[in-house]
Structure formats: structure tokens, C-alpha cells
Ligand binder design. Structure first.
Ligand code: ARG
Length: 558
């Protein structure tokens, strides 16, 4: 809001040599607040008018007038502007108080954003990479809605491939129904590992597995029933994780869903003369990257074939304005290839597909793997975080009601926040102790600040209403400026598919509020009490909205 008003005033003073939007994009925030709230650099104007930037800055200082401006100073090429604090505070805070969780929300565009995320593989443990995808995708879905889009959430589960031939054979030889029903993924994984050990000794097993997969592909009833059962049991187990994280999907259309849809795509590629025969396999040749494999020698389709088919199907079914694939950066080449193939097929919408890549989860500097040896089970990690939260709570607030629920919200919130506070392309260090701290750059810290404000509001018996704000004090002004930035931040984090901006902002806001609170007595009976409460409430509304956008609960007590 502040930048918009200042841009308006400057553009007018300049007789619209630069448009409001142009001025807006040039505005900066001075490094130190004693230099001003907003700075306008005059280099661009100097080039246009062939005058020195300093002269122009002084001219602007003389003519610039607006109710939103308190005073102006010139420093070299910069016009430094001090904003009318009371007027801005009233405007900004009342906007937050009226719009509440809608503050910063855009009106509906009527368009769709499709997000392909989580996407674990059936009969295998939910890996740390899948957790990252789940958490980032979930936050992106909230950011998309905040920016006026309808969201289609798709779980592209890995439920097809030759490994199911192996599993079927292994189950028929060594499997036990009741064990699988108890702990499906653990047992299926065991069978899978056992199969590999045995197949090393006896190659005939590999042939059997190939035959079983072929039978599965041909719709053999017994194989199909087993596959369906493995799939359902695995999904049930994944569901407990989704429930804990508060996540739902619109579709679980995984790889198998496209089995009957690929032949048509392969013949379309053929008709468009895009397929080249290469050692018996069919590929699409691509510029500047390896060719994309479409069918193998034996006619079998591949991961990429299914992704090309899925993109076409989704385009027809949902017509998304944008599609995000939230998948680790080790699959970058795969998505480049898929997008290029679609491009070569003549689909301009392929430019609106985006691979939202992310780095690896590290523990003590090395990759956290779900493979043999170093098995880190997500369920265990979540349980440990929740346990730690409970212990911390017993220390801090032993009389807390709902301790179980709050411990869950804090433990899970800590894991999510730890993931989202970093630039997603970076690798990520996983340390339960660090992410659980109430004092560091953590989820619990932001949640704790929100709960603290909620307690203040309760003690002060605050009733939400519009207020008149004046002289809130020096400590409040930086917070008001932060609140003012929230709408453009929500927009930017969506445009850049980057929830870390929201996480970092929430830390900044929480820290500034705690600083304010350390200097200001809110609950004393003076004539400012209601104003201070209303101000605190506004901060809590935005903090809560940040947490919601990240996919984290905001308990009012902890
Ligand atoms: N199941 C895949 C894996 O675990 C991820 C799928 C990502 N989405 C996609 N459309 N390819 O590696």
C-alpha cells in the first residue's frame, strides 16, 4: 500500500514521464530506517532528461506532495521519503482487521493450477524426498489459492513397473496375508529384498517375474487382484501420513492410470514423424539433450511415456493455466525431455509446465536414504518430533490442556517449517533438536509467538473491531511496514513457487513483535490498551495466515 501511494505521488509530480507502475518498480527500501521508509533512485530519469540525478532528486523534493508523506530528504541520487506513520498505520491495520485471513488474497481468476506432488512409490517406504515434495506441494497449493486459482492436487503415485512382477512372484512363494495387512510396506519391502537375494542364486526367478509382469499387463485376474491389493494396502499406510500432515488430494491417478492411454500417444508421435528407431527402441530425438525413450525393444512403455501421456490427459481434463511438478532435482533431465517432447508435438501449453525442483535431505552432511542399511522411516521421524514437542511442553507449560493435539501440531509443524524456510533448491540438513527449538529460526518459534499473542488478547479481553491507531511507538512502525508488505509477498512467493519467502517473513514478523513486546506493556490499564491489543491482533492474524500458507497449524496455547 505504501509503495503504491508513493509511486502515485511521484508519477504525478513527474507529469507521468514515468508511469505509476514504472515508478513503483524503481522504489527501494533504504538499508537503514533512519534514512527513510522508501527511496526513489533518480538514475533512470537522469538518462531520460540528461540532467544529473542529484539535481533531479532535489527538484522532486521541492515539488513532491502527498498526504502519505511526512518529510523528504535527498541523499545523492536518492529521494528518501519518510511516510506519514499515523495515516499509514490506520490504513494498513484496519485493512488487516477487516480482511483477516483474506488479507493479501486475490480475487478468483476462474483458472486452474495443477500440482503434481508427493507421488510415492507403491510397496516402498515413503522417502524423505517424497516428504519434501508433499510439504512443498501442499504449501504451493495454498499459495495458488491465495492468488485466485482453483487447485487440482494430483498424487502421481508410482504404481506400475516390472517390480510388481517380482512382488507377485515373491508373495506367491513366501508371502503371508496377515503380516502384510498389519504392516504392508514393511512386509512388501521385505519380500522385495528377499526376492533379490534369491534371484541372485536362482536366475529362473527373474524369468518368472518377467512372466508375472507380462500377465499383469495382459490383465490376468490373479495378478491384477494381487497388484490391486498391494496398491490399496500401501495407500492406506500413506494415508496415515497425509492425515497427520492434514493433506488431501483430488486424484490418485498414478502411473497405472495411463496404461490404456499410451498407445494413442505413441501413434500420435508416429503420425507426427517424431519417432526414431534406435537399436529396436523408439525415441524422440531432442536438441541439446539425450533423446527421450518412448518404447523399449519389447514394446514396453517407460516413465517418460507415462508423463507425456499424463500431461496430455490433464490438459484435456482440466485445462490448467499452470502445472507444477514438485519433484527432486535429480529428475530435471526427465522433465526437460518430457516438456520438449510435448513442445515438438506442437503443444504451446507445454511452456506452462514447470518442474519445481528441490534439493536432498541430509543428515550429518550425507544423503538420508530409505534404502538398506541407512533406513530412516518417515513415520519414526514424525513420532520422534511429536515426542520431543511433548517433552518441551511438559517443561514449559505442564498444565496445558489438549497436550496430545498440540504436541502433534508442534512436532509436525517443526518438520514442515524446517523444510520450507530454506530455498527449496538447496540441500537441507535434518536435525530434530534444532528444528524443535522454541528460540531459533523454527516453526515452534513462530507458533509460540502466535500463541503468546493469543494469550495476551484473551487476558486483555480483546473484542475485534475497527480501531483508530495513533502513536503506537517507535517499535511498532517496522512491524506495520512488514504487515504492509504481506500482500506483495504472497504474490511473489507464488510467482516464484517459493514458500521459503513466507517462512522467512513469518520469522521476521515474529521476531519484531517479540521485540516490541519486550519494550511495551500491553496489558496495563492506560488509554492505549485497546489500540495496542488491536495492533497485536492484526499481527497475529498475519502470522496465522503465514502458518496456514505453509501448511502448519496455529494452536492458541502451547
Ligand atoms: N514416483 C516418482 C518417484 O518417486 C515421482 C513422480 C513424480 N511425478 C511425475 N509426474 N513424474 O520418483
Amino acid at each position: 500500500m505504501i509503495h503504491t501511494q508513493i509511486a502515485k505521488a511521484i508519477a504525478k509530480t513527474l507529469d507521468y514521464v514515468l508511469s505509476e507502475e514504472e515508478v513503483y518498480s524503481l522504489l527501494e527500501t533504504p538499508k537503514h530506517s533512519h534514512l527513510g521508509d522508501v527511496a526513489f533512485p533518480c538514475f533512470t530519469l537522469a538518462k531520460l532528461g540528461k540532467k544529473s540525478p542529484a539535481i533531479i532528486a532535489n527538484e522532486i523534493k521541492e515539488t513532491l506532495k502527498s498526504v502519505w508523506i511526512h518529510s523528504i530528504e535527498v541523499a545523492g541520487a536518492y529521494v528518501n521519503i519518510f511516510v506519514n506513520q499515523d495515516l499509514s498505520a490506520n490504513h494498513i491495520l484496519n485493512q488487516v482487521l477487516t480482511e483477516k485471513s483474506q488479507y493479501g488474497s486475490k480475487p478468483s481468476t476462474g483458472e486452474k493450477v495443477l500440482i503434481d506432488y508427493s507421488s510415492p512409490n507403491i510397496a516402498k517406504p515413503f522417502s524423505m524426498g517424497h516428504l519434501r515434495s508433499t510439504v512443498i506441494g501442499h504449501s504451493l497449493s495454498h499459495l495458488s489459492e491465495k492468488n485466485g486459482y482453483d487447485v487440482v492436487r494430483i498424487n502421481h503415485i508410482g504404481d506400475w513397473g516390472t517390480q510388481f512382477g517380482k512382488l507377485i512372484v515373491a508373495y506367491q512363494l513366501w508371502g503371508e496375508k496377515s503380516l502384510i495387512e498389519k504392516e504392508p510396506i514393511k512386509e512388501l519391502l521385505k519380500l522385495y529384498v528377499h526376492f533379490h537375494e534369491e534371484a541372485k542364486k536362482d536366475d529362473a526367478l527373474n524369468n518368472q517375474a518377467r512372466a508375472a509382469f507380462k500377465a499383469l499387463e495382459n490383465g490376468d485376474e490373479e495378478c491384477l487382484a494381487l497388484w490391486k491389493w498391494f496398491r490399496e494396502e500401501s495407500l492406506k499406510e500413506f494415508e496415515t501420513i497425509y492425515q497427520l500432515l492434514g493433506i488431501t488430494f483430488d486424484a490418485y491417478t498414478g502411473e497405472a492410470f495411463y496404461n490404456d492411454k499410451m498407445a494413442q500417444v505413441v501413434s500420435e508421435l508416429q503420425d507426427k514423424h517424431l519417432l526414431t528407431l534406435s537399436q529396436g527402441a523408439y525415441v524422440v530425438e531432442l536438441e541439446d539433450m539425450p533423446p527421450c525413450l518412448i518404447t523399449k525393444k519389447d514394446g514396453a512403455t517407460l516413465y517418460a511415456t507415462r508423463d507425456v501421456t499424463a500431461a496430455l490427459y490433464r490438459h484435456q481434463t482440466y485445462q490448467p493455466k499452470k502445472t507444477f511438478y514438485v519433484v527432486g532435482h535429480e529428475q530435471s533431465l526427465h522433465f526437460q525431455q518430457v516438456f520438449h517432447v510435448l513442445n515438438k508435438m506442437g503443444y504451446e501449453w507445454a511452456n506452462r509446465l514447470e518442474h519445481v525442483a528441490f534439493g536432498m535431505m541430509l543428515k550429518d552432511g550425507s544423503k538420508m536414504s530409505t534404502r538398506k542399511g541407512k533406513i530412516v522411516l518417515l513415520a519414526d521421524v514424525l513420532a520422534e518430533a511429536i515426542e520431543t514437542a511433548k517433552r518441551n511442553m511438559n517443561d514449559k507449560n505442564a498444565s496445558l490442556l489438549d497436550k496430545e493435539l498440540v504436541a502433534k501440531q508442534v512436532g509436525v509443524g517443526a518438520i514442515i517449517f524446517n523444510d520450507l524456510k530454506n530455498l527449496r533448491t538447496h540441500d537441507l540438513e535434518f536435525s530434530i533438536d534444532q528444528m524443535m527449538s522454541f528460540e531459533g529460526d523454527t516453526g515452534p518459534y513462530v507458533q509460540y509467538t502466535f500463541a503468546r499473542i493469543s494469550t495476551i488478547l484473551e487476558k486483555g479481553q480483546y473484542q475485534p473491531k475497527e480501531s483508530t491507531f495513533h502513536s503506537l511507538g517507535e517499535q511498532a512502525w517496522p512491524i506495520i511496514k512488514l504487515l504492509d508488505q504481506f500482500p506483495s509477498l504472497a504474490e511473489k512467493s507464488f510467482d516464484q513457487a517459493d514458500p521459503s519467502q513466507i517462512a522467512k517473513y513469518s520469522l521476521l514478523l515474529a521476531r519484531s513483535f517479540n521485540k516490541y513486546y519486550a519494550h511495551t506493556k500491553i496489558l496495563v490499564e492506560d488509554n492505549q490498551k485497546q489500540t495496542k491489543l488491536a495492533f497485536s491482533y492484526a499481527v497475529s492474524l498475519v502470522l496465522k495466515e503465514c502458518l496456514r500458507l505453509l501448511g502448519i497449524a496455529a494452536p492458541t496455547k502451547m
